[in-house]
Design a protein around this ligand. Structure first.
Ligand code: UDP
Length: 386
C-alpha cells in the first residue's frame, strides 16, 4: 500500500484537488493521509475544512499556521510555521509521496518540508504563468518536485524548460476542471431558495433566478498597498451598474486586510440594496452559481481556468492573472471603474456563454493523477536536464 499525503490549505486548494482525493480513496493500492492547514481551518475564510468533512473526507491532521495580520511579514512568518508543523507530521507518518497543490504561499511549506525529509513531492498545476508572489512559488515548487501533473502541453513545455526530466511530467489536465465538468453535466438544482437556505450570507437577497453578476477579487501581493483602492474601483463599478450582484470575500494573502476593509466600507457607506455577500461556497455550488451568472468580475483564477471550460463570461481585472493562458471568455481590464463597467456591459450585450474550451483539461484529471501516483516510483534525487 502506497501512502499518499495531501496538504489542503485553502478553499482554492480543495477545489483543485477534490477529484484527486476521491480517486485516491477509490484506489485500493493507495492510502490517503489528509492534512488540513492554514485558512482551510479558519471561520473567517469560510471554514472549507467543514465542507470537506461534509463531503466525506477524513482530515487526519490539522495545522494551524496563519499568523494574524494579512500582510507580507505575517505571510512570510506563516510559511515558517507551516514548514515546522508539516515537518513533524511528515516525520511521524512517513508518506511515500507528498502532493503539493498549485501556487499559494502555503504550498511552498509542503514542498520544502517534504524535500528535506527525502520524501518525493508531486506537484499539481506546475508550468503555468501568473502575476503576484504565486508566480515565484509555483516555479520554486516545480524545482522541489519529482512528479509534475500539469494542465496542458504548454505548461509541460515550461516545466521541461526548467530542467525537469521529460519522464516526470504528465499532462493530466487540471483537477478543478473535473468539478466544472461535473457541475456542467449534472448540477441543475442551484437556485435562489437553495443558495440562501444553505449559506445565508449578508446583505439584501439577490434573486439568482434572474440576471446577476458575481464579484471575486483578491489583493495582488506584490502591490498589496493598492488593494484598498483596487477593490474600491470594482465596487464603484458595481454601484453604478446597479445590477444584482453576489460578492465573495477574498482569500488570505498579503493585502487581504485592505481588500476586506474596502468591502466593509462600501457595505456600510452605500448600504447597497442590490448586493449580497458570502464568505465561501462549496466548490460545486460556487461553480453552479457562476454557470447561472451573466459574468464573473475580479481577478480569481477561476475566471481563467474553470470558466473557460464552463464558457462563463469573465471581466479579469489587473495583473494578478497576467500571462496565464486564457480562452475567449475573458476580457482584460485595468483597475479602473470605467473600464470595468464597459467590459461588463459588453458581456451583458452578448448575453450568452462562450464555447467550452479544454485549455485546462477535459475533466478526467483526478483518476489520471491517482493512477500515476500508483504506478510511478519517483526518486528523491534529481538532476537538471540541460
Ligand atoms: N472557490 C470555491 N468557493 C468559493 C470561491 C471560490 O470553491 O466560494 C474555488 C473556485 O472554484 C476555484 C478556487 O476556489 O477553484 C480558486 O479561486 P480563488 O479565487 O479562491 O483563488 P485563486 O486561485 O484566484 O487564488
Amino acid at each position: 500500500m502506497k501512502k499518499i499525503a495531501v496538504v489542503v490549505s485553502s478553499r482554492a486548494s480543495y477545489a483543485r484537488v477534490k477529484s484527486v482525493l476521491k480517486a485516491i480513496n477509490e484506489n485500493p493500492q493507495l492510502e490517503l493521509f489528509l492534512i488540513g492547514a492554514a485558512s482551510l481551518l479558519l471561520h473567517k475564510y469560510g471554514n472549507a475544512a467543514e465542507i470537506m468533512e461534509r463531503d466525506g473526507f477524513k482530515i487526519n491532521e490539522k495545522v494551524y499556521m496563519i499568523i494574524e495580520g494579512e500582510n507580507p511579514t505575517t505571510m512570510a512568518k506563516s510559511v515558517g510555521v507551516g514548514i515546522m508543523e508539516l515537518a513533524t507530521i511528515f516525520d511521524n507518518y512517513k508518506p511515500d509521496v507528498v502532493v503539493s497543490i498549485a501556487d499559494r504561499f502555503e504550498t511552498i511549506c509542503t514542498a520544502i518540508a517534504a524535500s528535506y525529509l527525502n520524501i518525493p513531492v508531486a506537484h499539481i498545476q506546475g508550468g503555468e504563468v501568473s502575476g503576484s508572489i504565486d508566480e515565484k512559488v509555483r516555479h520554486a515548487v516545480t524545482k522541489f518536485s519529482s512528479l509534475h501533473f500539469v494542465s496542458n502541453p504548454l505548461a509541460a513545455k515550461r516545466v521541461r524548460m526548467m530542467g525537469e526530466d521529460e519522464k516526470s511530467i504528465f499532462v493530466t489536465g487540471c483537477p478543478s476542471v473535473d468539478l466544472a465538468k461535473e457541475v456542467k453535466d449534472n448540477y441543475q438544482f442551484m437556485n435562489t431558495e437553495y443558495l440562501y437556505a444553505k449559506y445565508g450570507g449578508t446583505g439584501e437577497l439577490v434573486n439568482i433566478d434572474k440576471q446577476f453578476i458575481v464579484v471575486l477579487q483578491h489583493p495582488v501581493t506584490t502591490e498589496f498597498q493598492n488593494a484598498y483602492q483596487q477593490m474600491h474601483e470594482t465596487l464603484m463599478a458595481v454601484n453604478d451598474l446597479n445590477i444584482p450582484t453576489i460578492i465573495l470575500w477574498p482569500n488570505i494573502d498579503a493585502g487581504t486586510d485592505l481588500t476586506a476593509k474596502s468591502i466593509r466600507k462600501f457595505r456600510e457607506e452605500y448600504n447597497p440594496s442590490h448586493v449580497h455577500f458570502f464568505r465561501n461556497l462549496a466548490p460545486e455550488d460556487f461553480l453552479a452559481l457562476l454557470l447561472r451568472a451573466k459574468c464573473l468580475v475580479g481577478n480569481s483564477s477561476v475566471g481563467i481556468r474553470e470558466c473557460s471550460f464552463l464558457g462563463v463570461p469573465v471581466v479579469n481585472i489587473g495583473n494578478r492573472q497576467d500571462g496565464r493562458d486564457r480562452g475567449e471568455n475573458v476580457l482584460d481590464v485595468k483597475h479602473n471603474k470605467k473600464e470595468i463597467i464597459n467590459a461588463i456591459e459588453r458581456h451583458l450585450k452578448k448575453n450568452g456563454h462562450y464555447a467550452s474550451d479544454t485549455l485546462y483539461g477535459d475533466g478526467k484529471a483526478g483518476p489520471r493523477i491517482a493512477d500515476y501516483l500508483h504506478t510511478t516510483n519517483p526518486s528523491v534525487e534529481k538532476r537538471f536536464v540541460e
